[in-house]
Design a protein around this ligand. Structure first.
Ligand code: NI
Length: 192
């Protein structure tokens, strides 16, 4: 089932999401639906708050990016050819390395893309879909997407990193998105 994507302006995107227990009702179906929703909207990551669930669950597929990368960018990232992974109960342990800019977007904030600085390395504690615990270090574009999705389960959005002036310039666009005055080719839902 494809979920509608929660648009900017909804409170659920600003909540700190909660851990879930093994046996969370319908979890495997939910994960399957999140993959379906993510691919249907051409996303490379999707976090549960974006489908109106305040739980610490996100999925990401950095291989998607590498499949479509420009010839000149091949071999540029240490995580090529990317990974596809489910993250449950993720908690950030460490950020490291140099900050680097990348032009980010978000399914909940359509038609806005901005260069965002993030550290190159992230260390996460998380569980996989079988509730097996992992502590793992990620880098490259994989670390980039993970940090963006991790922010979602912490109630943060990529536009929060923009300088005040830049954010001011986007105010009208953001307000339009929250009111549903935006055209996208995937299903969205506009909540308070
Ligand atoms: Ni996002």
């Amino acid at each position: 089932m494809i979920f509608p994507i929660v648009a900017y302006g909804a409170q659920v995107l600003r909540k700190i999401a909660v851990d879930i227990e093994p046996g969370y009702p319908g979890l495997s179906q939910l994960i399957e639906d999140m993959w379906e929703t993510m691919y249907a909207s051409n996303g490379v990551g999707l976090a549960a708050p974006q489908i109106n669930k305040d739980i610490r669950l996100f999925v990401m597929d950095s291989a998607q990016i590498f499949e479509n990368i420009e010839e000149e960018d091949k071999g540029k990232y240490p995580d090529e050819p990317g990974i596809k992974k489910v993250f449950i109960n993720a908690h950030l342990l460490e950020l490291g390395g140099e900050e680097w800019p990348y032009n980010e977007g978000c399914l909940s904030i359509p038609k806005i893309r901005e260069d965002i600085l993030r550290p190159e390395k992230v260390v996460l504690a998380y569980m996989d879909e079988n509730f097996v615990s992992h502590t793992e270090t990620f880098n490259g574009l994989t670390a980039r997407i993970i940090q963006h999705e991790y922010d979602h389960i912490e109630g943060k959005l990529f536009i929060d990193y923009l300088k005040p002036l830049k954010k001011k310039l986007l105010k009208g666009k953001l307000s339009d998105i929250s009111k549903g005055k935006v055209k996208v080719d995937y299903k969205m839902v506009f909540l308070k």
